[in-house]
Design a protein around this ligand. Structure first.
Ligand code: SF4
Length: 391
């Protein structure tokens, strides 16, 4: 049965003059992020989550979603992008400046998914929401034939109205609906941001454990606490969770240990922690029965909670790339200095995140910047909340 998308007038497209007033990063429709090449031609969100990355783009004040271009133009821009590889590059949709399931945004979400699917593309597509998802929406999400679609439902359980004005019960209901109706797509409980003292009590963890039964996988992560977000907390008198800010997500060791203890089921030899993952791409890949496309298997300590069958899948797929090939591709992207392939990662210098992610997704192997080393067991997360690494 073909799912019917209810017609709704598309969002107005901003004029060139209006776009010129935006922060350049926000007017940039495509951004390469670790979990995929991200398409963001709709901006604006009324949900007001205190920790939202929209603070980083000076976009928090824009509450009414607006389009920067048509869906057709945006998809063309994405698939024609120099980093885009058909059937390979993971894609993220509206994950930076709006929520893809807001009523006025949803028709665009479905339209973009359709436009990608009609091209026969089999790339992963990640849609992250905390908003309402109905059984009718699920019928549309099940109607795509080619793309590997994952709907990640953000659920924090934070009940501080200044930090999280949206009731977490909405996300919980959406997750259950999505899981119940899933046929071709997969759904992930995106348990984040976990903030010590705010939403990591035993009751919060028990709630997440219960919700994880309604998802194909669960991913838990910490908080991006950047300068702009810290400033918003201060201006609004919100309790600041950390004294310092950090470039990477903060996930303190103590919270992680308590979560792992609660999820541990030693009697289940195949899935001792259930389908629980520290990394988004690991949860997404597992949900589709594939090896992690970010090559996290190289960071072996990250895999210590993984289902055994998934470990085998990743082990079999993970292969150190040929140094000459890597060197050629990295140099073409602008890498300088020595290029190494270790048993954990490709190490480069002089490449910022987009070209590094491009290499990482092309080789299925971690790509690290020599000047920003990943510390053991920190899994590429911030150092806050962990003991100082040994000298
Ligand atoms: S085995 Fe490792 S890389 Fe693969 S999904 Fe599990 S945690 Fe991720």
């Amino acid at each position: 049965m073909t799912a019917v998308i209810r017609a709704r007038r598309p969002l107005p497209i901003l004029t060139t003059e209006q776009i010129a007033t935006l922060k350049p990063e926000l007017a940039e429709v495509i951004e390469y992020r670790k979990s995929g090449l991200s398409l963001n031609h709709i901006i604006g969100c009324p949900l007001e989550c205190g920790y939202c990355v929209r603070h980083l783009f000076d976009n928090f004040g824009l509450k009414t979603p607006r389009a920067l271009m048509s869906d057709e133009d945006a998809v063309q821009l994405l698939t024609g992008h120099h980093y885009f590889r058909a059937h390979k590059t993971p894609i993220q949709l509206f994950n930076r400046a709006t929520d893809p399931m807001l009523p006025v945004v949803k028709p665009h979400t479905f339209n973009v998914l359709r436009l990608l699917d009609e091209q026969g593309l089999t790339n992963h597509v990640l849609v992250i929401t905390r908003w309402r998802v109905t059984p009718e929406d699920c019928a549309v999400l099940n109607s795509y034939r080619h793309i590997k679609l994952t709907v990640l439902v953000t659920h924090s359980g934070i009940d501080h109205p200044g930090i999280e004005p949206v009731d977490s019960a909405i996300a919980a209901a959406s997750l259950k609906t999505l899981f119940e109706h899933a046929k071709t797509y997969r759904t992930v409980l995106y348990w984040r941001p976990i903030v010590p003292g705010l939403n990591d009590s035993d009751a919060h963890i028990a709630r997440a454990l219960e919700l994880s039964q309604h998802a194909h996988a669960t991913v838990f992560t910490g908080l991006f606490f950047r300068d702009e977000i810290a400033a918003y907390y201060r201006e609004n008198g919100l309790p600041e969770p950390y004294q310092d800010t950090a470039r990477r997500k903060i996930m303190p060791e103590e919270s992680e240990q308590r979560i792992l203890r609660a999820f541990h089921r030693p009697e289940n030899a195949e899935l001792p922690w259930g389908p629980l993952f520290r990394k988004t791409s690991c949860g997404v890949a597992y949900a589709h029965g594939e090896a992690d496309y970010n090559g996290h298997y190289g960071i072996r300590e990250l895999c210590d909670i993984c289902p055994l069958a998934q470990l085998k899948l990743c082990k079999d797929a993970w292969q150190a790339p040929d140094l000459a090939t890597v060197t050629r591709e990295a140099r073409a992207l602008g890498a300088v200095g020595d290029i190494e392939v270790t048993d954990r990662a490709i190490i480069v210098e002089g490449l910022n995140e987009p070209p590094r992610y491009s290499l990482q997704h092309a080789f299925g192997y971690q790509v690290h910047d020599r000047t920003k080393p990943h510390h053991y067991r920190r899994h590429g997360r911030a150092d806050l909340g962990w003991p100082a690494p040994a000298a």
